[in-house]
Design a protein around this ligand. Structure first.
Ligand SMILES: NC(=O)c1ccc[n+]([C@@H]2O[C@H](COP(=O)([O-])OP(=O)(O)OC[C@H]3O[C@@H](n4cnc5c(N)ncnc54)[C@H](O)[C@@H]3O)[C@@H](O)[C@H]2O)c1
Length: 250
């Protein structure tokens, strides 16, 4: 199946690590042109060098998605470099420290909300005018299975991801008339630097909650993101799609 992504211009926030970095590789192999945005300049430089060595047309921008002005500069940089924006993948996010809600204070929530929810809003708003003018675009937001069900010790994280799902649905309704689709991908627990605290013993224990008997890998998640940006997903919008080994069904 030809995904018709050759030459398409894709911004990936959180593109220096984990799911965002893996997704960049899949897009690059489809011939898409990429702008990776991340807080970590060194990891960004490594990702860009690797993708270019593989033949990719890749630019990068150090961006803190909490800063709306930085998100606007990212959009301007992308248009300068490539003349258009076909897709935005919002993968920048943090997990926070697992804690019972009653043991947290507002200080513990600030970055979770500012990055995981407001950061996604910032990037969506920053690309919206351009995509509306083009009468086309794809927005793919990384939410989480925790945004659907939520769980102990990650209550605020889950709330930010529930917010991302709601944002996705609302934006899909507003932007559909311009040919823009907006979808959320909801991974179950996936092995990335964000989940590097998971020990082998925890992995064995947690895998029992997944009918498919294992935790996720980035290669389980990235292909769906790429498909949602492809020509074949033009009638899918406002969805929050789980990629989670059947988590929650026992
Ligand atoms: N790994 C999982 O188990 C899992 C499960 C469900 C959802 N998710 C979501 O998927 C997305 C990617 O997670 P991951 O596991 O690849 O994590 P990761 O830590 O490997 O990558 C996240 C990237 O986001 C960047 N980032 C963090 N704050 C930023 C900011 N303010 N501005 C710009 N960039 C910033 C980090 O530098 C990092 O490169 C996140 O939104 C996460 O919540 C992950």
């Amino acid at each position: 199946m030809d995904l018709q992504l050759a030459g398409r211009v894709v911004i990936i926030t959180g593109g220096a690590s984990g799911i965002g970095r893996a997704t960049a590789g899949y897009f690059q192999r489809e011939g898409a042109r990429l702008v990776l945005a991340d807080l970590q300049p060194a990891a960004l430089a490594t990702a860009v060098a690797e993708l270019r060595a593989a033949g990719g047309e890749v630019e990068s921008e150090a961006v803190d998605v909490r800063d709306y002005g930085a998100c606007e500069r990212l959009v301007a940089r992308t248009v300068d470099a490539f003349g258009r924006i076909d897709a935005l993948v919002n993968s920048a996010g943090i997990g926070g420290v697992p804690m019972l809600f009653a043991e947290t204070s507002p200080r513990d929530w600030q970055d979770l909300v500012a990055i995981n929810l407001v950061g996604v809003m910032n990037c969506c708003r920053a690309v919206a005018d351009r995509m509306i003018a083009q009468r086309s675009g794809r927005i793919i937001n990384l939410a989480s299975e925790a945004g659907k069900g939520n769980e102990k010790r990650i209550v605020v994280y889950g709330a930010t991801k529930g917010g991302v799902i709601s944002l996705t649905r609302g934006l899909a309704v507003e932007l559909g008339r311009y040919g823009i689709t907006v979808n959320a991908v909801c991974p179950g627990v996936t092995r990335t630097p964000m989940t590097s605290y998971i020990t082998d013993e925890m992995e064995r224990e947690w895998a029992r909650m997944y009918p498919l008997g294992r935790l996720g890998q980035v290669d389980d998640i990235a292909p769906l993101i790429v498909f949602l940006a492809s020509a074949h997903a033009s009638w899918i919008t406002g969805q929050a799609i789980s990629v989670s080994g059947g988590f929650g069904r026992s």
